[in-house]
Design a protein around this ligand. Structure first.
Ligand code: FE2
Length: 242
């Protein structure tokens, strides 16, 4: 793999993507149910991240697995992508169509970021009622900074190092009490955006946001969401990853 060692400077911009998260219907409930069946089928490959909340990941999130070692992230991604591929194949045509429309990118230029994880899943499946609500914290999505060599690998064909950033969440299964996203709007305050099964939420990731921890997750509840990010290059290519 050609990985460039020279330091590079990105200037993330957010021209095309709304500061405000948007919720857009993507797939129907039957497709979500089929995807959930495939997730359960692959549950031996879920990675337990927090036993208290029954929090698993399926896939290789860069914000967790690339923190200490990019090599580890690349290795894990290669392993787990094999299992994610059948699930992602169900989603891919609709996702590509939507990203093409929303981001102004020709469908043929929407591609997986080489050596990275496909978008993967957050799964909350507590086996007992947690004695306190999950506490999430406001953040900006900065995981692209953890995989700069992979991004530089595709930018070496570009005239510019500028990129635009995109984050997305697609709820596949939700607890009875619901789930959602909180995000801040300067001088207005915090907004709450409720999730709906099959409706994708797109945002630039650069406004302060967090999992809405105002919903209680009880024993037997399941909250499964597809999570992904993408960069758009100046020449109009979009590379997705997790
Ligand atoms: Fe985030």
């Amino acid at each position: 793999m050609a990985v460039h060692d020279s330091p590079i400077t990105f200037s993330p911009i957010n021209k095309h993507f709304s500061i405000f998260p948007e919720r857009i219907p993507l797939i129907d409930q039957n497709s979500c149910a089929s995807i959930w069946d495939l997730l359960v089928d692959g549950s031996r490959h879920w990675k337990l991240r927090d036993s208290g909340f029954g929090f698993y990941t399926y896939g290789t999130p860069s914000y967790m697995d690339a923190v200490e070692s990019l090599t580890y992230y690349i290795y894990e991604s290669a392993q787990v992508n094999c299992f994610l591929r059948p699930i992602f194949n169900i989603l891919c045509p609709e996702l590509v169509r939507l990203l093409s429309r929303q981001c102004g990118v020709s469908e043929q230029y929407i591609l997986p970021l080489p050596f990275a994880s496909f978008p993967g899943f957050h799964i909350f499946a507590p086996t007992f009622s947690p004695d306190h609500n999950m506490k999430s914290s406001f953040h900006h999505d900065l995981q692209h900074e953890l995989i700069l060599p992979l991004i530089h690998n595709v930018l070496r064909f570009e005239a510019s190092n500028q990129i635009e950033l995109l984050s997305f969440t697609l709820p596949i299964k939700l607890p009875g009490s619901g789930a959602g996203l909180c995000f801040c709007e300067e001088s207005v305050g915090v907004h709450r955006l409720a999730y709906a099964v099959g409706e994708i939420v797109l945002h630039g990731g650069q406004n302060s946001h967090k999992i809405d921890d105002g919903y209680r997750c009880n024993a037997g509840d399941v909250r499964a969401t597809l999570q992904g990010h993408a960069i758009k290059t100046v020449s109009g290519k979009l590379f997705y990853y997790w």
